[in-house]
Design a protein around this ligand. Structure first.
Ligand code: NZQ
Ligand code: ZN
Length: 388
């Protein structure tokens, strides 16, 4: 039975080859000062920076820059961004980049007008926003996180060896996001497949929970099938517009809160992946692929019927004459060989994790209680151990 929920998603999306024109519609809604946030420079190489700056200037905006947002943005960089946004008296924060840049922009947006340590407030104490929020807009250049249409914001603290996400409410969602699939063509293959797996993992984190008959599960099976189909095409031909646009749209729907409605949701793959990320600073989607098989093989016996349904409806396993456990295992085996085929990293050793980090990673793994098994320390250790 569907649980009770409230649904609201205020982000306005502009999608397609002309999506950037949407900026001309959005910019007049905000004051003069724009904090332009971006990463390590890919947008300068591929020309997106020039296009965005031209539109900002044509709309009479004063541009203040905050560059160098790293993948897995840090708490130090966040503090720097808060100062920059204060100095700029930013009326709008325009994030141009991937999930890291968009997440970071949201973290700055809820902190500029609060005189407190943002890391402690939002990521350690997990407090609500109590100050005025500076609006955020996002021009997406890397597909995967869903940050373009959600309130998620993940920050890494290297001193504390913690990578933590705060899921903010809809006031913090980007006011608008620009989604042009062509902007993702210049992504290196490693990033593209990492993003593809991030999408798959978001869907699975929500799918593998509950035993009820829930519309969201049917939507997710469709999203997964589309994702697998388009990923196979994009891996062969990265500039196939149809495939890249389907992947981009699937990413948004995978984590814009819709499919979570009425479900408890798991998120343990992400908690394990984030602990690995806190120690290795590895690419997000790859931390997920590296722990997925050990985790799902570990919890399969607690959610066998759902894993069997997944095998049949998503991977086309023929269930005739087989037990649920056999079908479920066959589904994971097909998934595993697909993951290898598209070039995902399948163990944490390859991401730089060492046995010396194991105790720390176990401690850094937050425990969620919405999946098929509430993991204890011993369970987490076993899964991480199997991920080396
Ligand atoms: O920094 P630049 O030079 O721009 O390079 C980036 C970066 O190195 C590059 N890139 C992005 N667009 C490109 C491009 N290179 C060439 N052409 C382009 N068009 O790609 C690299 C990775 O970018 P990043 O933004 O780090 O990737 P992603 O979108 O995967 O974001 C990862 C962050 O999002 C968090 C992750 O934990 C991680 O910190 N997540 C956010 C979520 C949310 N908001 O809901 C949920 C996710 O589960 C995830 O945790
Ligand atoms: Zn993710």
């Amino acid at each position: 039975m569907l649980g009770n929920f409230t649904y609201s998603n205020p982000t306005k999306l502009y999608f397609g080859r002309e999506a950037l024109d949407g900026l001309n519609e959005e910019l007049p809604k905000y004051g003069k000062n724009v904090l332009l946030v971006y990463g390590g420079g890919s947008i300068k190489k591929n020309g997106i920076y020039d296009k965005v700056v031209a539109i900002l200037k044509a709309n009479g905006k004063e541009i203040y820059e905050d560059a160098g947002v790293m993948p897995n943005p840090t708490s130090e960089k966040l503090n720097e961004g808060i100062e920059r946004a204060k100095k700029a008296k930013a009326d709008l924060i325009l994030a141009v980049g991937g999930g890291s840049v968009c997440d970071y922009a949201k973290a700055v947006s809820v902190s500029v007008n609060c005189n407190v340590d943002a890391w402690d407030k939002y990521y350690i104490r997990y407090e609500d926003v109590t100050c005025d929020i500076v609006p955020v807009g996002c021009v997406l250049t890397m597909v995967g996180t869903g940050s373009e249409m959600n309130g998620g914001s993940v920050i890494t603290n290297h001193q504390q060896k913690l990578k933590i996400g705060h899921v903010f409410g809809d006031k913090v969602f980007p006011k608008f996001s620009i989604l042009n699939p062509e902007f993702t063509y210049t992504l290196p293959k490693y990033q593209m497949v990492s993003g593809i797996y991030d999408i798959m993992s978001h869907i699975l984190e929500q799918y593998f929970s509950g035993t009820d008959d829930n519309t969201s599960d049917y939507i997710m099976e469709g999203l997964l099938r589309s994702l697998i189909h388009s990923a196979n095409i994009a891996v062969e031909n990265p500039s196939d517009y149809e495939a890249r646009s389907n992947i981009m749209w699937t990413a948004t729907w995978a984590l814009n809160t819709l499919v979570a409605k009425g479900k408890t949701t798991d998120w343990m793959v992400h908690m394990l992946g984030q602990a690995v990320g806190a120690y290795t600073d590895a690419t997000h989607g790859m931390t997920l692929s590296a722990v997925t098989m050990p985790y799902y093989k570990y919890i399969l016996k607690y959610g066998t019927a759902k894993f069997a349904r997944y095998a049949v409806n998503v991977w086309g396993v023929n269930p005739q004459g087989k037990t649920d456990t056999q079908v479920a295992n066959e589904g994971l085996a097909v998934m595993e060989s697909w993951m290898k085929k598209i070039g995902l990293i399948m163990n944490i050793t390859q991401l730089g994790a060492t046995k010396e980090m194991l105790d720390g990673m176990v401690k850094s793994t937050l425990v969620m209680d919405g999946g098929y098994k509430v993991m204890n320390e011993e369970d987490i250790r076993a899964v991480l151990q199997a991920s080396f």
